[in-house]
Design a protein. Sequence first.
Length: 272
Amino acid sequence: AIDSSVPSNSLCLWREAISKATSASQLAMCMVRLEQCIAWEKSLVKVFCTVCHKADNESLLLLCDGCDRGTHTYCCKPRLAAIPVGDWFCSFCVSAFPLRRACCICGGRKGQPTKCATCPRAFHRKCLPASSPKGPKNDSLKCPHCAKTKRKTRSNSPQCSGLAARLTSDDLFLCRSVLRDLEKCADAAPFKYPVNRKQFPEYYDVIKQPMDFQTIKSKLREQKYTTKEEFADDVRLIFRNCDYFNEDSSPIGRSGHKMRSIFETKWTEVES
């Protein structure tokens, strides 16, 4: 285990540089370096639930061990009665790294969870409700969430949803790669999640079709796009909304222009 009380080599070098600084410029460079090394985005103060988009009830806010996203225990599906012991991964990381799947019912990773036939979730067969089939010959088992969704939609949609057009695997990979690159940009922060309705209620009075990276990611995961052009249209919608709501000279307005330029450049490259 790492002893957090012992400073790292990098911190020792930084302290040495501070002690040897003889000018304001040298001291400023040290402070800039310190600022760059601090993972501000991982601060609990800035974390909010990816489901309800609220930062309250910090004692019940789970932090993903893979990406540091937050999720309230009561916002998890199914709801978690207590904080899980050991590592915990959000649904985004579970879908991105299949080998790290946890049971969506009990949250455990022991044994060999069965993958849901229709979504990235996995589950232990012993955790399924008593009314669900558990036989070893059943290869089309579904998690409780998908089974419940199917029962709800069957009466409302007599046509087979499997006939709907979907993105090809190559186009899906392309769109996810572009979105992943956009999320890594320094100016991506204002566009990663939906605008907080409580903090900025006027935003939804002006913007009638809000869009953000998280919503796009969910639509990709749920295969709601039929062409990659639909994906590109949603990305462009983010920046059109930003341009319409924010002044060009504002920090978010400038970020929107930079992100639009980055996206169009990347999209031209993948299209060629």
